[in-house]
Design a protein. Structure first.
Length: 75
């Protein structure tokens, strides 16, 4: 079954800002689920924004953390 709603593309600048916010929050406690997710992404990318998880998604939709933060800010 396919989703009926079309997901909006997140602009690169916004995705980078959200990623930075999430990383800042995660640095407070890397042991939270969001913190571990962020830490794993940082480790995998070596800190290079071009290699972060949200850029590997088709249409730059964002990782689960960026998607959630973006949705919060849209409402």
């Amino acid at each position: 079954m396919q989703e009926s709603s079309v997901q909006e593309r997140i602009p690169m600048e916004v995705a980078l800002e959200l990623c930075a916010e999430i990383r800042e929050d995660a640095e407070q406690d890397w042991q939270t689920p969001a913190g571990r997710w962020c830490w794993a992404c940082q480790e995998a990318s070596g800190g290079d924004p071009a290699k972060r998880g949200f850029l590997r998604k088709p249409g730059n939709r964002g990782c689960i953390l960026i998607n959630a933060r973006y949705a919060e800010k849209q409402h």
